[in-house]
Design a protein around this ligand. Structure first.
Ligand SMILES: NC(=O)c1ccc[n+]([C@@H]2O[C@H](COP(=O)([O-])OP(=O)(O)OC[C@H]3O[C@@H](n4cnc5c(N)ncnc54)[C@H](O)[C@@H]3O)[C@@H](O)[C@H]2O)c1
Length: 395
């Protein structure tokens, strides 16, 4: 890969694990479209024009891995997230994206070492860029957050074929590259977090909060602020993309369902369903092929007012999974590159605004707290980065 002169100035470099999936291919198209017509993409970011130290917002490079041998454009067509007239504008450039098939070593140490070689090659092709690993692999079987004390332990415990995310995360951390974990999969085992902290690399996750859960956090925070007691909350999702199909496997859905369910009691500060002796917060996900990526969610919210008088609310979201997810992934990548520049290492619980289950100590749970922590984090990063710059410039 020969670097072009245009790639010499700073820019974000997305290293995507699962680059040809529904979100990955949408991101790849968005990154290419940004160069010619940035407005429809920048207007959907929460971080547009916020991080000047990352170079122009319009310049984002994409590389990565996928098991699929389809071309990037064909993958985007198959997922059907974007219409042909948008895809046709970047067909030529998508063909040149360095997205490779990952190695398949049966042991974690070799797999990690080979992925590190790929990361070095991607970085060499974009000198001076700020790389971020984005995990967009399918939801898988859950790993044990307490498993392993060090890299060698992880190599004994994990099979990189059954739990591929761990090798990507370790390869990134060992290469000094921050990690966004948008999947429900547990990456933050003790040993991974220790590696990140000792190598000065930030790591955030888990499970992007794109549609129904985003609205749940907003509404639950509002009901709590208004002292309205939530008596029950029934949530149903139908979706027809590959993620939806995969979530029909109960082992793969377990992490996602637990992330979607756990947060309500945390926000409200009491177990919903207390007076019935059983939880009355229920979440269901159903694979429904006609919908493709255009998912739909329904919520029935039962709540009590003065004298315990019952009231009820219906919410119907007709969303688009990858259209909601792709800009959030971009935002998260921009945050992680910024945090790395600011000298932050280890878990970043402050990014709870973007995740269903923000990992790390004391994550913010209500919507108000999530916005406040984001603002505080921005301030802290700005102070650290500008402080470093001033130190460098002072003779
Ligand atoms: N879309 C949303 O709103 C949303 C929200 C929260 C979380 N997520 C999570 O984001 C992840 C990605 O979602 P998606 O809709 O893009 O899924 P997807 O199934 O369309 O894409 C996953 C991609 O990963 C590839 N892949 C599988 N194993 C691989 C490996 N070992 N190495 C490299 N590539 C591999 C597959 O070929 C596929 O292209 C899922 O875990 C999903 O649960 C999505």
């Amino acid at each position: 890969m020969t670097p072009s002169p245009a790639s010499q100035s700073p820019s974000l470099l997305l290293l995507i694990a699962g680059a040809k999936g529904a979100i990955g291919s949408t991101l790849a198209v968005a990154a290419e479209a940004l160069r010619d017509d940035p407005a429809p993409i920048l207007s959907s970011l929460t971080t547009a024009h916020q991080f000047p130290w990352l170079g122009p917002d319009e310049k984002i490079n994409v590389a990565g891995w996928d098991l699929s041998s389809e071309s990037m454009i064909r993958s985007a067509e198959i997922h059907g997230v974007l219409p042909p007239h948008i895809l046709s504008r970047c067909v030529d450039r998508l063909a040149f994206l360095p997205v490779v098939q990952p190695p398949t070593f049966p042991d974690l140490a070799s797999q990690t070492a080979r992925l590190m070689e790929d990361i070095k090659a991607f970085q060499d092709a974009h000198p001076g860029s700020e790389p971020v690993l984005v995990n967009l692999l399918p939801s898988g079987r859950q790993t044990d957050p307490d498993g392993g004390r060090c890299f060698e332990d992880l190599c004994d415990i994990y099979d990189p074929v059954a739990c591929p995310d761990i090798a990507y995360a370790l390869a990134a951390i060992r290469s000094g590259v921050p990690v966004v974990n948008f999947t429900p999969n547990v990456l933050e085992t003790d040993a991974v977090v220790k590696e990140a902290a000792s190598r000065g690399v930030p790591l955030s996750g888990r499970d992007g909060k794109t549609g129904q859960t985003f609205l749940k956090v907003v509404l639950a925070s509002a009901l709590k602020a208004r002292s309205l007691q939530v008596d029950g909350w029934y949530s149903l999702n139908i979706l027809g993309n590959a993620d939806g199909r995969n979530l029909m496997d109960p082992d793969c859905a377990r992490g996602k369902l637990s992330n979607k369910t756990g947060l309500l009691d945390e926000i409200l500060g009491y177990p919903v369903g207390q007076r019935y002796g059983v939880p009355t917060h229920k979440v269901h996900i159903d694979y429904y092929p006609p919908r493709g990526d255009a998912k739909e969610a329904w919520d029935v919210i039962d709540f009590l007012g003065m004298f315990d008088m019952p009231m009820s609310l219906r919410l119907n979201l007709q969303g688009r999974d990858s259209i909601l997810a792709a800009p959030m992934v971009l935002d998260l990548a921009r945050w992680m590159a910024t945090l790395k520049l600011a000298g932050r290492a280890g878990l970043v619980p402050e990014l709870g605004f973007y995740y269903k289950k923000s990992v790390g100590a004391d994550p913010p749970v209500t919507f108000q707290a999530q916005l406040q922590r984001l603002q505080d984090l921005h301030q802290a990063c700005e102070t650290a980065i500008l402080g470093k710059k001033t130190q460098k410039e002072t003779p």
